[in-house]
Design a protein around this ligand. Sequence first.
Ligand SMILES: [Zn+2]
Length: 436
Amino acid sequence: MQNARLLTTKRLEHNIMKRTIIAIISLVYAISCTAQFDKYFSNQTLRVDYYRDGCKGKETIRFKNFIAKPGEWAGSTTHLIDPFNYGAHRVMVVDATTKTPLYSRTYNSLYHEYIATEKGEKKVKKFEETVLIPYPKQAVDIQIQSRDKDWAFTTLETFHFDPSSTKVEKVNNQVEVRKLHHSGNPHNKVDIAIVADGYSINDTAKMRKDFATFVSGIVKYKPFSQHKEDINVWGVAAISEDSGITNPLKKKYLKTAVGSTFNSFEIDRYIMTFEIHTMHDVLQHCPYDHIIVMSNTDTYGGGAIYNFYADVTTGDQAMFTVTHELGHLFGGLADEYVDPGVTYNDIHDLTREPLEPNITTLVNFDEKWKHLVEEGVPVPTPIKKEYLKKVGAFEGGGYQAKGIYRPMVRCMMNTGGNFCPVCVEALEKMFKIYTE
Ligand SMILES: [Zn+2]
């Protein structure tokens, strides 16, 4: 008994020591990363606006302008290089002289969605894009990159920026920003901005109510519910000339703050805005890592693009939709469903693993979620009663019925309910990038 207690005490001491060492290592890591940040960047934001023109296999970047965004840098000061690379595009900031990488983030785009549609095969279309980077203290090259046919990043265009000589614009926008859910300093929080769209001056009471519904949705499901204190939610109370949003199928064209519209890429309930530069203008005085446009219509709909923005309508399903879209926007998660109504062609290359963490071609399943599959569960996993609540690899996902596998029968990224353990694991890893 005595020995057992001694052993327990020793184990306890060992554990405390181990935890202390880990804490010290993390602290040293954070301090050295912050020193790296302070050496190259000041605590402000440089906004880079440009255009991406093209169709499938043909893509060009055109510079528009640099904008100094007021307020502090809302992103991380410790994780400067993107560890996940889930996106199809990347902004890479390098030292202009040594070419040392200083900051990177990957993201998807409207262009990336467009080239998966029939029109996008051949017809050139122009898209607006914006990236935010910490404000450089010395000359840098800002490389706008996309993946090549082997999925390696290649630079399409380089914007040179020298803080001592480059022309920087200012935006004059005074939209009211409200603290809807505040947890602390934007540096180590996930800052989500909700931008009101389609609210006229007569809709301010509904806007207040809808903001509250969206906040409830954002913190309702695990793991978001367990990270309430790691999240700030900001309400951007933009007032639109018209009430409601544009619906081309009903020949209803409205003047709204950021131009949300039904029928994006000819999918009825796919709601997006193409006015990306205006959207960032409206956000001028808000610190943000992620943008959710709140579209004032009670008709169900929405859409989200990883590290780019999401658009969600109000109404009965808003709480669920906002969480689902956050899975795409924040987590880089794929839809786990197959929907014959979605007009995409076969978008997955079955000879390699998709970039998203929650779908697999089984080409390299070890890299995906094999560690979460219990012994005795076969892979691929048949849809049988005994596996309905297990993690496996069920065929069908990412809009494709064959050759793509999803982790569970039910998930927030499919028909609803909670996030599956594979999605939770990916989201947890993402939280660390913002909060450490
Ligand atoms: Zn899932």
